[in-house]
Design a protein around this ligand. Structure first.
Ligand code: MN
Length: 348
């Protein structure tokens, strides 16, 4: 993405009257924040008919951003007749889900701009604003706003939406994708009145009562064994032994703590992944549809390859899979999957 691409985008924005904004399926806070932030910028500029869509509404946990109502999952895109479509944070056209597949023709006949930061993005737009060095799509959206001199249209809500993507895609400026530009963008958003503590609290700091009870169970059952192959040096240099850590959740534990599989998120990223000497960690738990879910993280070991052998997938350092199991013998089945994972890890 160079300056000319952004100026070409501006030319399209000047011509456009009816703009459709879309983001990737199973939207995350970056996909939502970048779309909703840009939607509100266009609204503040004025003169547009704006619509935003996705196959699903945003998760309830995004409600504090007061923008979920923007997304219309059942929008008839053909009927809307957009003259410009903008895609946010989607790494490929498949990521636009049914709202793309159903209206493929409309997409093909409309100006189509892709804003994204994923390295795997093939550039599926007619105009592509892709920067794989950016931490997040929200960081790119800020760069576009600055390049076009649109800061005057940024209000507290927009600055907070964009901060949300920055914070969540970098794990609060912790992941290796955090750059000087990321931090400078965060600072400028704060200067523009962003409520940066709000997304930080909502997505990271806040702990719920029932979830905490589940965490208690998981931590009580935490186990480890020494990792036999010597791993790559870790992000925080360390010496000494490295380990595989795991914990198992049963249906009984979910029932006793009045939680379910949706309450598991956070446990692995915020706790298991940060255990000392962690080379691989994983969590096993039953899903309501009669499957066992395995969620894995690693320091350097390729867990995506491991998960592919169970018909799952993901990234090198974060992946998962789910397998059917006999619900009558839940504990044996969980143990069996655990043994299979441990064996694969130790075999390298
Ligand atoms: Mn992103």
């Amino acid at each position: 993405m160079n300056k000319q691409d952004i100026l070409n985008f501006w030319k399209l924005l000047i011509k456009a009257k009816r703009i459709l904004l879309i983001n990737h399926i199973r939207m995350d806070p970056d996909a939502f924040g970048s779309l909703a932030g840009f939607y509100r910028i266009l609204k503040n500029i004025g003169g547009y008919t704006l619509k935003a869509t996705n196959d699903e509404l945003p998760p309830e946990s995004f409600g504090f951003l007061n923008s979920s109502h923007i997304i219309e999952p059942d929008l008839d895109i053909k009927k809307f007749q957009p003259d410009l479509i903008i895609s946010f944070d989607a790494s490929s056209i498949d990521q636009l889900g049914n709202q793309y597949r159903q209206y493929e023709k409309t997409f093909a006949n409309t100006e189509f701009v892709v804003i994204d930061h994923h390295i795997s993005n093939p550039g599926f737009g007619k105009l592509n604003l892709i920067n794989t060095d950016a931490s997040s799509t929200c960081e790119i959206v800020w760069h576009i706003i600055e390049t076009l001199g649109l800061e005057q249209y940024v209000d507290r809500q927009i600055a907070t939406l964009l901060t949300t993507g920055l914070l969540t895609d970098t794990n609060i400026y912790y992941n290796a994708n955090t750059t000087g530009d990321t931090l400078r963008t965060g600072a400028k958003l704060l200067d523009n009145d962003a409520d940066f503590r709000l997304p930080m609290f909502e997505f990271y700091k806040k702990k719920e009562f029932y979830k905490s009870k589940l965490w208690g169970e998981v931590l009580r059952n935490l186990e480890r064994e020494q990792y036999m192959t010597s791993p790559q040096p870790s992000p925080s240099k360390r010496e000494g032994d490295t380990y595989i850590y795991w914990s198992i959740i049963t249906s009984e534990m979910f029932a006793a703590t009045e939680t379910s599989d949706v309450d598991v998120s956070g446990l692995i990223n915020e706790f298991l992944a940060n255990l000392e000497g962690m080379e691989v960690c994983f969590l096993l738990y039953p899903l309501p549809d009669g499957k066992i879910k395995a969620s894995l993280r690693s320091n350097s070991f390729d867990v995506s390859e491991l998960c592919q052998s169970f018909w799952g997938g993901g990234h090198k350092l974060a992946a998962g899979f789910s397998v059917k199991y006999d619900t009558e013998k839940e504990m044996e089945e969980l143990e069996r999957v655990k043994e299979q994972i441990l064996k694969k890890i130790q075999q390298g």
